[in-house]
Design a protein around this ligand. Sequence first.
Ligand code: 13P
Ligand code: SF4
Length: 307
Amino acid sequence: MNYAKEINRLKKEKNAVILAHYYQTGDIQDIADYVGDSLQLSQQAAATNADMIVFAGVHFMAETAKILSPDKTVVLPDLEAGCSLADSCPPASFAKFKEEHPNHVVISYINCSAEIKALSDYICTSSNAIKIVNSVPKDTPIIFAPDKNLGRYLIQETGRDMVLWDGACLVHESFSIDKILALYKQYPGAHFVAHPEAEEHILKIAEFVGSTTGLLNYVKNSTAKTFIVATESGILHKMQHDSPDKTLIAAPMLEDSTCACNECPYMKMNTMEKLYLCMKSESPAIEINEELRVKALGSINQMLALS
Ligand code: 13P
Ligand code: SF4
């Protein structure tokens, strides 16, 4: 079957919009109506006139789209496409953690469940996190969840002393500093860029730290010719498209890393076949309890208002 042709046909027939994250495979990015980072995709999900949102990403992204657009059908190619970072913050334990830190404002990274969003005051993404943290009055204590690496980076960038939840992403915690330094020797003049979900010792040696969009812009605008990129390797599709003359190298992983390479196993569960099937059958569709949705919407709207 020609999946691209069938997907384009279903897009028209069902007035559907395909939103894809930069970590999706190249064929999915190429057929999407919008490709973006977490913030851009949630802004698109809030603004679209389509009847059906097809989210080529992971569960928390499709769930966020449903929270923002409850009257639309929101489908995800594979319901099992979760996120290790979101899973590292179970709602019951987080509610207890919150109780142990009374009077704290809660800022949560968008990579979390609707239950965690409902327990939060603000949501942020990697592209607006500094702005969101800085918007909280200086004398108000802050809990930051669930990513301890992004949290530590934000403490350093904003000077705010935040209480951090101990969560992390399995892809961004698997980069090997020894192998990255070896690559530096092999490619003198290369720039090393990293996503803030990476660990502290990795961020310390980076020329530039930024969100997916931040990394794309940095590479596009830099005069350097070679880049070592420490984030999920799906980003290289758009990066190479924007900078065809530059050499892009995916940062190497630890030998004993739990994932085979720097691909997110959840993001890569989506395929063109599953994309076609979910549009055809309008399932799996995201459903969310209305009380939970309204609670989670508050913290997302705070973020959108500040972005
Ligand atoms: P951004 O899209 O905010 O850069 O986040 C990356 C990510 O980990 C998505 O799961
Ligand atoms: Fe989650 Fe990490 Fe995959 Fe992003 S790359 S979806 S944070 S597991």
